[in-house]
Design a protein around this ligand. Structure first.
Ligand code: ZN
Length: 164
């Protein structure tokens, strides 16, 4: 089975300019991550349009290889909502989630995943493991990519360029 994620069209992005507030916030969190020496990725969980939790990459700061922005935001949202299931929630993240985070999104039963830039090297949604397309994946969120991708890609390029 293949998934057919929606892509934000140029027209749709023009209509939604400025960016949806949660993605705007996720991009700002990614910038904060970069200032701390973390790969710039930010994530926000919303429910009914309200921000429930937000996080940015913290692998170095927390000395935790699993402290990806999405993982930290999902854990925080579950704590705040006092439920291991985030039914009806949306996740907004600046980079295509990796396979670990995609699995966590499925386990959390997040209803919709919105991400900015695609990640051909490390992504697990449209690339690599394509977690949501596997028969062992029992909850597949709606997926929308491309919202804010220009800014997200620029953040990542600037971060890695400064480290070469
Ligand atoms: Zn991840």
């Amino acid at each position: 089975m293949t998934i057919a994620p929606l892509r934000a069209s140029a027209a749709a992005m023009n209509r939604s300019f400025p960016l949806p507030a949660p993605m705007r916030r996720a991009l700002d969190l990614a910038a904060i991550a970069a200032e701390s020496g973390e790969v710039p990725v930010g994530a926000v969980v919303t429910r009914d349009g309200e921000i429930v939790a937000e996080a940015r990459n913290a692998m170095r700061g927390q000395v935790d290889p699993t402290a990806h922005a999405e993982m930290v935001a999902i854990r925080l949202a579950a704590t705040r909502l006092d439920s291991p299931r985030l039914d009806g929630c949306e996740l907004w993240v600046t980079l295509e989630p990796c396979a670990m985070c995609a699995a966590a999104i499925s386990l959390a039963r997040i209803g919709k995943l919105n991400f900015a830039a695609e990640d051909p090297k490390g992504g697990g949604v449209l690339h690599g493991a394509r977690v949501f397309a596997q028969p062992t994946c029992h909850h597949k969120p709606e997926v929308l990519s491309g919202i804010g991708e220009t800014e997200a890609a620029a953040q990542l390029q600037a971060f890695f360029a400064a480290r070469r």
